[in-house]
Write a protein that binds this ligand. Structure first.
Ligand SMILES: Nc1ncnc2c1ncn2[C@@H]1O[C@H](COP(=O)(O)OP(=O)(O)O)[C@@H](O)[C@H]1O
Ligand SMILES: [Mg+2]
Length: 289
């Protein structure tokens, strides 16, 4: 069920322990209501991918995920013809001595049976449940620009044209979530077709809430110290700031080490959970001396 208000969007996501601020909840709510793709940009580990997973869960629908990478093309993203099987089929016809007209064979081998469906096509094809799936196009900034151009048709009309077959159009538009870690700018044309939201790091209260929900048995004092420390670290001039994911990892590491509160020595020895660049670690260690 699509929520009927921003408040209910917040509650719905919280059912799966996803904690949003009002501005992100508004973007999610509008995207669901207006059936427009949601474009989420932000640093790594702020919960962009997670929101698509949580949406699929709370809406009780399928999550179709397309992980982008350099060189991603249509055949891996949308569809591809099963060439070896097509050849086999043609040989079979030949060896059976069946003489069919060229166009009949062509019609058969360019049919559903020989089509390998990739995430984008699967998200658009007829689905008997009538429930739109959540289509997650993850880390679009990793793909190349020609791929973005190809996405445009899909995002504006929710359809894909397969030259040999025709146009596949979604009867119910999928719920589309696109994420980018902003390693490069995504083209305006893609953004224009979406509702855009910059996902920022959570503030103290929200991050504490997330931590307590995700790591149920953590003691209050330690949880507060962890969040405070991470929040301060984010204000330091480091190359790669820790995201919520790192906060959660750190809390888990401290639990494994049976720590009940933070001490300078334990912070120092576990800094690698929060910071992933040696330069950043060195910088923090020397500034603490
Ligand atoms: N607002 C949030 N509420 C609950 N968990 C969150 C939130 N933001 C991040 N997380 C947690 O942080 C982790 C990393 O999030 P992820 O979606 O992978 O980040 P991103 O895709 O932005 O790099 C996830 O495991 C998720 O549980
Ligand atoms: Mg992600």
């Amino acid at each position: 069920m699509i929520p009927d208000s921003i408040e209910n969007t917040i509650k719905m996501l919280a059912q799966e322990d996803y904690i949003v601020d009002r501005s992100l909840a508004t973007a999610v709510f509008l995207s669901l209501k207006m059936k427009k793709p949601l474009f989420l940009e932000g640093e790594a580990g702020v919960g962009k991918t997670e929101i698509a997973k949580v949406l699929a869960k709370v809406l009780g629908t399928e999550l179709i995920r397309l992980q982008c990478y350099e060189g991603l093309d249509m055949s891996s993203a949308a569809y591809e013809w099963n060439y070896p099987r097509q050849i086999l089929e043609i040989r079979l016809h030949e060896s059976n001595g069946q003489i069919k007209k060229n166009n009949v064979v062509e019609e058969e081998i360019f049919g559903d049976k020989f089509l390998i469906k990739r995430p984008l096509l699967r998200a658009l094809e007829h689905n008997p449940t009538g429930q739109p799936p959540v289509l997650l196009i993850d880390e679009l900034d990793r793909s190349d620009e020609p791929f973005e151009a190809f996405l445009l048709e899909i995002l504006s009309d929710f359809q894909i044209t397969i030259p040999e077959m025709g146009t596949v159009k979604a009867d119910v538009p999928p719920i589309v979530v696109i994420t980018s870690n902003r390693t490069r700018e995504i083209h305006d044309a893609v953004k224009r077709r979406c509702l855009y939201h910059w996902v920022s790091y959570p503030d103290f209260a929200r991050e504490l809430d997330i931590l307590k929900r995700k790591i149920g048995d953590i003691n209050n004092k330690l949880a507060e110290q962890i969040v405070e420390h991470v929040q301060v670290l984010r204000n330091e001039n480091v190359f790669k700031k820790p995201g919520t994911a790192e906060t959660l990892d750190w809390a888990k590491a401290l639990q494994v080490l049976s720590q009940t509160e933070l001490s300078p020595s334990v912070i120092e020895s576990t800094l690698g959970v929060l910071l992933k660049y040696q330069d950043d670690i060195d910088k923090i260690l020397t500034s603490n001396k």
